[in-house]
Design a protein around this ligand. Structure first.
Ligand SMILES: [Zn+2]
Length: 322
């Protein structure tokens, strides 16, 4: 039996895992990214993690069919050159650099794309023929799977739902544009809206939970206060869920996937989030009497990155054999 190594490259940690053909993790390891270092040092540590994790699984390199990498950015599939803004990587030849240590078929893709692919192999969208995965974190990432294959676009720059324009001349985004969808549907957006609300509702439970300091409000503060029935927090979270329902409607109108999966930090609100969002979707739908995408919560959590990375490597190795 062959196994697949997945690497989840993040701004804080490098995680690696050995994964079987069904998307089950056999062994895992991680080290600190220390993102300020020159990239060859980081890639050397990625290679060390791979060696370690294979050893942890009591396997050898001969048992491994491929290596896949999920990155916080964009990868050119043909050249293996990557761009990761938050690592300050521009034009980094990641595949060639890692090949200096490991000679295996390699695949690289965006971290949200691989996480969405992981959910479609071993998670909640396992039986769905098409799905769109949204990570609701500091920003909003997305992963599209169509007929069992991840889709990140013809040039690899697609599946960036977070930077679709939601509001003309809206809130300024880290990308340089205004009104990007992630400015309204990320955890960062909840925090911004909550701080604003606290200027009107100074006695909100959110302020109590943040010990009177609006800068200490995080998404969980808002969700917990809303769950407890606080008026300002409920208004903020309802507004947030409205934005989410609008983008879900956009996705349905554009792609009509079988399933839309919500992951990332905000999705930890669980059924509380799901119920509010599901209730708000019908009002925006074009075909109000037709069935539409099932909305579910992601099920793999933090492991999605490693599993998905391994699985895109598997796909690349299989494509190569064809
Ligand atoms: Zn943007």
């Amino acid at each position: 039996m062959m196994y697949y190594v997945g690497i989840d490259l993040g701004g804080t940690n490098i995680k690696a895992g050995v994964v079987d053909g069904q998307g089950k993790i056999l062994s895992e390891t991680f080290c600190k990214t220390q993102a300020q270092r020159p990239y060859p040092d980081i890639v050397r540590d990625m290679a060390a993690c791979v060696t370690q994790v294979i050893k942890n699984a009591k396997l050898t390199i001969k048992d491994i069919a491929s290596v896949g990498i999920g990155i916080p950015g964009y990868a050119d599939q043909k050249t293996g050159v990557v761009f990761c803004t938050n690592l300050d990587w521009h034009n980094v030849p990641l595949r060639d650099e890692l090949m200096k240590y490991i000679d295996l078929p390699m695949a690289i893709d965006n971290d949200a794309t691989v996480a969405g692919y992981a959910e479609s192999i071993a998670g909640v969208s396992k039986d769905a023929s098409s799905s769109v995965f949204l990570t609701l974190g500091t920003g909003v990432g997305s992963g599209i799977v169509i007929n069992g294959r991840p889709w990140s676009g013809f040039h690899g720059i697609g599946s960036e739902v977070g930077h679709m324009t939601l509001a003309l001349d809206g809130v300024s985004c880290t990308c340089g544009n205004n009104g990007c969808l992630e400015r309204y549907t990320s955890a960062t957006a909840i925090i911004r809206m909550a701080r604003q609300a606290c200027m009107t509702y100074a006695d909100s439970a959110m302020m109590l939970r943040a010990e009177g300091d609006p800068n200490r409000i995080n998404a969980k503060t808002v969700i917990d206060a809303a769950k407890a029935g606080d008026r300002a927090a409920t208004e903020v979270f309802d507004e947030y869920c409205k934005y989410l329902a609008i983008i879900i409607n956009n996705i349905i109108a554009f792609l009509d996937p079988e399933m839309i999966v919500l992951g990332g930090g905000v999705s930890h609100a669980g059924e509380f989030l799901l119920e509010k969002v599901r209730n708000k979707i019908p009002r925006y739908l074009l075909y109000k009497n037709m069935p539409y995408s099932e909305i579910r919560l992601a099920s793999l959590g933090n492991e999605a990155g490693t599993i998905g990375a391994a699985m895109i490597g598997k796909l690349a190795a299989e494509d190569r054999r064809k």
